[in-house]
Structure formats: structure tokens, C-alpha cells
Design a protein around this ligand. Structure first.
Ligand SMILES: [Zn+2]
Length: 84
């Protein structure tokens, strides 16, 4: 008795439809989404500090919010780093 045999008929069908191509597509779109987040939260030099463009609201040499150091909490989360 394998774990496959324990699964329901519906689960067998779902897993059969979920082939390696789907997994590759999911991995690719997931990777692309992470790249878009990293592009938003890119570093920029501001007043001698490296800050996050997105978190600081940086544009045209000034920030809308208080400057947030880069890597910011979002980048640290993507890198599996503790944010505390
Ligand atoms: Zn950020």
C-alpha cells in the first residue's frame, strides 16, 4: 500500500493533470514576481546612505517618506533574513 493508493480518485486526477510543465510555469512566474518586487525595492544612494527606493518613496533625488535603509524589511524577507 503506497501513499498514492491512499489518495482519492479526484486527487489522482488532479496530480495527473499537474505535470512538470505546470510546475515549471509556476516556478517561472513565481521567480518573475520576486524579480519585480526586488526591482521595486532596489537600493539607491541618498545623502551618503544606501536606501530602499520603494520604502523611502524615493524619486528624483528626494524621498517622500523617511529614508529606509537598504536592504529593507521586504528584501530581508525575500532573503529569508530575520527582520527584527
Ligand atoms: Zn523596500
Amino acid at each position: 500500500m503506497s501513499r498514492w493508493d491512499d489518495l482519492s480518485e479526484g486527487a489522482h486526477k488532479m496530480l495527473a493533470d499537474f505535470d512538470e510543465l505546470d510546475l515549471a510555469d509556476i516556478a517561472a512566474s513565481y521567480g518573475a514576481a520576486i524579480q519585480r518586487v526586488r526591482a521595486l525595492h532596489r537600493p539607491v544612494e541618498h545623502c551618503g546612505r544606501t536606501i530602499c527606493v520603494e520604502c523611502s518613496g524615493w524619486a528624483d533625488g528626494s524621498t517622500d517618506s523617511s529614508p529606509a535603509a537598504h536592504p529593507c524589511a521586504t528584501i530581508k524577507a525575500l532573503d529569508n533574513q530575520e527582520t527584527t
